[in-house]
Design a protein around this ligand. Sequence first.
Ligand code: PMP
Length: 354
Amino acid sequence: MSVFFSQKLAALKPYVPGEQPTDKNYIKLNTNESPFPPSEKVKEVINAGAIDDLRLYSDPDLNALCSAIAEYYDVDKAQVFCGNGSDEVLSFAFLAWGCNGVAFPDISYGFYPVFADLYGLQTNIVPLNEDFTLDLKDFNGKAGFIVFANPNAPTGLTVSTNEIEELVASNPDSVVLVDEAYVDFGAETALPLINKYSNILVVRTFSKSRQLAGARLGYAFGCKELIEDLNRIKFSFNPYNVNRLTALAGIEAINDNVWFKECSDKIVNTREALKTALKQRGFYVTDSKTNFVFASHPLLPKDALYKGLKQNGILIRHFNNPKIVNFNRITIGTDTETERLIEAIDRILEEVRK
Ligand code: PMP
């Protein structure tokens, strides 16, 4: 830290991303990326002409991209906002609506407390139930900005749209942000609520179900006024927040529904097979509706599974939060990667049983 750094920010605990190692070729099941490549249409559109166009700034209004998203989801373009990853969308939202405090679950996406800290926002932490379920009623009366992920990460558990509607309707003075990063893997979307309520923002990403984690593209749906708020922040921060290649890739990815469905279906099938295989081996596994499973094993406490798998060339995510210290988040890979994972787990279990 330099002597020039803001005293106020010196105490920040930045978000710690999952490992992106370069030392060897791991089976990477640690950061919820897609095991499949982007659509062929994405590959075709990133051509020499598109690269030549990099000399020009991107469209600050992202008209073509927002129109493609609006058309696909059957909403008005004025109800769509795009950001440099949904992390940026989330960050703008915290800045826009967090001034009266922000409430989020104690176990959820690790960036929420970091954004709250970064912007000096008061936080109201809502504990999950013992079984990791979230009771949205616990947000009632926690004035300010309400944020949760559905499905939640890293638990993978969902809440119903009815429960979300009840929360949105009974807290008209709060913006409710539903982070739907993983919604395409089996949860119910709250998207229809944006036409009925002016206090809900639904945030999505191209990183998981559209195979574009490295392109950095997130988006949000909300009423026109909420989208205007986000645009005010964007145009005060970085008007060209989404680069040209990413905008092109996003349009092609949203238009290739066949590839999207094929990849999502494969991930859901592999996830269910992995859940079964883990349960057969004595794991406790939550009913995840995402592209990862959340699991613990009585013989593999703390980071034992993480360490064992790393030795076997497989990366998963382990958290140090005491409430989930015995749990692991394992991203769904290809079927071959999953077979390798199970084989490695069998070897590790055999070793600890000796
Ligand atoms: N929300 C949740 C719940 C996540 O797990 C992630 C991925 N780490 C994000 C948002 C951010 O995704 P991205 O910035 O890649 O769109």
